[in-house]
Design a protein around this ligand. Structure first.
Ligand code: AMP
Ligand code: GLY
Length: 430
């Protein structure tokens, strides 16, 4: 099979690594990819939003399947265009991707179908949003409606702060994404990311992970796209997963189909697990980054038949995918200054050595200079992944590899996995 993979982050490097191991693969083309992916396929310098060029590339290589990594490509309508020329695509249509690209759409959808989530209101005017602060109680959860690179959520402790945040958002802090604002009830509990595949009609769970969104140790500092993750996540015990499957994942796939908007691809449900069971914090229309990296490290089944079935139908005919019982972890190495203003161009040494058993380093924002030197070219730059018989072992392996990488221009969190490890220490099974 010929496959075109779209994207350039750590998520896509992990997908490329996994796809490249499939016996079904003949040719892998990656657009635009990154230096770490160059060994796995042919790189083409095409932006994920350049739908014309991506479609032309898919035709030229006679792609049997296009795998879309980032939401920007979905929002640009890549899946729709590919459908119109008869090329199978893993990734939802633009309308189906509204589960991620419009928080107002996602909230109304969940309300229509009784899918558990926080109470909310949608506001197009600053005046109305401020008035709504009377209805909600602190802390106030304020969300820009549109795509804001994972940064469009503000949680304000009190009224005064919330009012000034609303002024900022309507004033354009998130650009057009903030022209409409969703205010939500604050949910308590523990968060986790649950992934499910769908061919538009059937859903199949792919497992869970927990990420660390704050920049610094102890869950402090600004929100980021994710500084690390691990899987499995103890928050997803069997009852919670069953509740999420029957009350959230399956009803979502069924209702999208019933609304004439079949959802094909991976559904990422960000869940808050509290006393009343799992509730939806947000949906994403793609794999999580860096959660995808640990899922791919742990997945034993060939990924390609699943991606193809999502695109073409017939997911129900495949067996449940097999995952290693081992624990997986990913530690993100980010450029100093991330997320606000990451420093570009610093030299990275030692990232491409053999790190030994159970360890993989996936690239994200890297660039190779003509002399071969690897440099930082983005916020999140490297993903150091490891598996082990326990989370503690996986973590020890990952941090050993982190220490072997010489990159003074970067930083990382040193406590990835703390929540699960604290549970282990507190339990009899430790
Ligand atoms: P989102 O981009 O919607 O996932 O929001 C970013 C983060 O804000 C989430 O990971 C949560 O930690 C937090 N958050 C969002 N919505 C809520 C909510 N309704 N209640 C509590 N925390 C929330
Ligand atoms: N790690 C969070 C996300 O991919 O949105």
């Amino acid at each position: 099979m010929n496959i075109l993979l779209v994207g350039s982050g750590g998520r896509e490097h992990a997908l490329a690594w996994k796809i490249a191991r499939s016996p079904l693969l003949e040719r892998l083309v990656i657009a635009p990819g990154n230096p770490g992916m160059a060994r796995l396929g042919e790189l083409r310098a095409i932006k994920p939003t350049d739908v014309d060029a991506l479609t032309a590339c898919a035709r030229e290589i006679r792609a049997d399947l296009v795998v879309v990594g980032p939401e920007a490509a979905l929002d640009a309508g890549l899946a729709d265009r590919l459908a119109s020329v008869g090329i199978a695509c893993f990734g939802p249509s633009r309308r189906a991707a509204r589960l991620e690209t419009s928080k107002a759409f996602a909230k109304a959808f969940m309300e229509r179908h009784d899918i558990p989530t926080a109470a909310y209101g949608v506001y197009d005017r600053l005046k109305d949003a401020k008035a709504a602060l009377d209805v909600f109680r602190p802390p106030y959860v304020l969300k820009a409606d549109g795509l804001a690179a994972g940064k469009g959520v503000v949680i304000s402790a009190d009224r005064r702060e919330a009012r000034s945040e609303l002024e900022d958002i309507f004033g354009g802090r998130f650009g057009a994404a903030g022209a409409r604002v969703v205010i939500e009830e604050f949910m308590t509990g523990e968060e986790g990311s649950l992934f499910a595949l769908s061919d538009g009609r059937h859903a199949m769970l792919l497992g869970g992970a927990q990420d660390h969104k704050r920049a610094f140790d102890g869950d402090l500092g600004p929100n980021t796209g994710g500084m690390g993750a691990y899987s499995p996540a103890p928050v997803f015990d069997a009852d919670t997963v069953e509740a999420a499957r029957t009350r959230i994942v399956e009803p979502t796939i069924a209702a999208m189909n019933a609304e004439g908007c079949p959802y094909r691809g991976v559904l990422y449900a960000g869940l808050m697990v509290g006393e009343e069971g799992p509730r939806v914090v947000e949906f994403n229309a793609r794999f999580g980054d860096p959660e995808c990296q640990v899922l791919m490290m742990r997945m034993e089944s060939d990924l390609v038949p699943y991606l193809l079935a999502c695109a073409r139908g017939g997911l129900e005919r495949l067996p449940e995918p097999v995952f290693s019982p081992q624990a997986g972890i990913v530690v993100v190495l980010a450029a100093k200054g991330y997320p606000d203003s990451p420093l570009e161009g610093s030299i990275i040494r030692g990232a491409e050595q053999d790190f030994g058993e159970g360890v993989q380093v996936f690239h994200a924002g890297t660039r190779r200079r003509p002399d071969g030197t690897l440099i930082a070219a983005g916020g999140r730059v490297l993903n150091v992944c490891a598996v082990g018989d326990s989370l503690a072992e996986a973590r020890a392996r990952a941090y050993r590899a982190v220490r072997a990488i010489d990159w003074p221009g970067g930083f990382h969190r040193s406590d990835i996995g703390w929540r699960a490890l604290a549970r282990d220490e507190g339990s009899d099974s430790a």
